[in-house]
Ligand binder design. Structure first.
Ligand SMILES: NC(=O)C1=CN([C@@H]2O[C@H](COP(=O)(O)OP(=O)(O)OC[C@H]3O[C@@H](n4cnc5c(N)ncnc54)[C@H](OP(=O)(O)O)[C@@H]3O)[C@@H](O)[C@H]2O)C=CC1
Ligand SMILES: Nc1nc(=O)c2c([nH]1)NC[C@@H]1CN(c3ccc(C(=O)N[C@@H](CCC(=O)O)C(=O)O)cc3)C=[N+]21
Length: 278
């Protein structure tokens, strides 16, 4: 059984991004917009700010209370879009329920959309054209590639269909010639579908959702979920039970999380180049 070590692979991606940043005429500026106190977002923001600064990215952080209005946030995102010193904008999700996330995402200029969430970038991904794609699915692919996990012709099952993770993950796997199935909260027999997978990618946001009975012996299991529990950080996969049947598995922490941050640095370089017109 192989542990898919996200920290190790992330180091290489981060080093390459830092080397690219050193060649740019101007340091990229990444603005993170955080609303309220989603625990997974707090972890992300804390770790990525440290990484960005170390790699030479200017870190611009905008924090709002959970009671911020749609208009206030829209004005803040428009201002970041117009600011030439800001080359990347990341709106942390989920937002509190009174806010319309889609409308706010639409205000991000596509060339500053380092999370690949705008219609333009999602469309480019769906059509197989160059653009900015979401960091987490990109990081999952990078991690699988680093470990030589074959995708062409493989049965891939993705649990979750969010615009941030599940859907773009399915698109990227399809581009790599996997046979892709996407599960969600209405999937009838989740364990039976997951058991078909050679490569199982789980992004449901439910701690311990995937148990050993949902995993085919020898399968590769990637756990995107991140939950703060009394025993520390945990994912959507019951790691101790599943590691006994899986051929390869990501740990939480130390799996997908560091890869997301590494790809954010890579996307921030790509966005800065787009904004500078090169
Ligand atoms: N490690 C990392 O770098 C990252 C971690 N995350 C974490 O990953 C998780 C998922 O994030 P995100 O995609 O944004 O979450 P969302 O809440 O936006 O989406 C969750 C998806 O899971 C599906 N789902 C929910 N319950 C079940 C179930 N019982 N069986 C099958 N599918 C189910 C939902 O289905 P439906 O559409 O029907 O509601 C939905 O499509 C979260 O824990 C988040 O914190 C997210 C991004 C990066
Ligand atoms: N627009 C948007 N894009 C996201 O990509 C996004 C988001 N919103 N909202 C929140 C989730 C969550 N997320 C994480 C990323 C890295 C770690 C991470 O660094 N994890 C380390 C934690 C290490 C530690 O602190 O112990 C690890 O798993 O090893 C965690 C969580 C990105 N998300």
């Amino acid at each position: 059984m192989t542990i898919l070590d996200g920290r190790r692979v992330a180091e290489k991606v981060v080093a390459a991004a830092a080397a690219d940043i050193a060649t740019l005429a101007r340091a990229p500026g990444l603005a993170t917009v955080l609303v309220g106190d989603d625990p997974a977002s707090e972890i992300y923001v804390r770790n990525k700010r440290r990484r960005c600064v170390a790699a030479g990215i200017r870190d611009l952080h905008r924090r709002f209370g959970a009671d911020v209005t749609q208009d206030e946030l829209a004005a803040a995102i428009r201002a970041l879009g117009d600011d030439p010193g800001v080359t990347g904008i990341l709106l942390q999700l989920p937002l509190p329920p009174h806010l319309d996330a889609d409308a706010l995402v639409s205000l991000i200029p596509p060339d500053k959309d380092v999370d690949g969430l705008t219609e333009t970038n999602a469309g480019r991904l769906a059509l197989g054209r160059p653009g900015l794609s979401p960091c987490t699915p990109l990081g999952v692919l990078e991690l699988l590639d680093a470990h030589g996990i074959a995708l062409a012709g493989a049965e891939a099952v993705v649990v979750g269909r969010s615009n941030l993770v599940g859907k773009p993950m399915a698109q990227l796997l399809l581009r790599r010639h996997a046979t892709v199935t996407v599960c969600h909260s209405r999937t009838r027999d989740l364990a039976a579908v997951c058991r078909r997978a050679d490569v199982l990618i789980v992004a449901a946001g439910i701690p311990g959702l995937i148990t050993a009975e949902a995993v085919k012996p020898g399968a590769t299991v990637v756990d995107v979920g991140i939950h703060r529990t009394p025993d520390g950080l945990r994912g959507d996969v019951d790691f101790d039970a599943v590691r006994a049947v899986a051929g390869a598995i990501t740990p939480v922490p130390g799996g997908v999380g560091p890869m997301t941050i590494a790809m954010l640095l890579a996307n921030t370089v790509a966005a800065a180049r787009r904004t500078a017109g090169r």
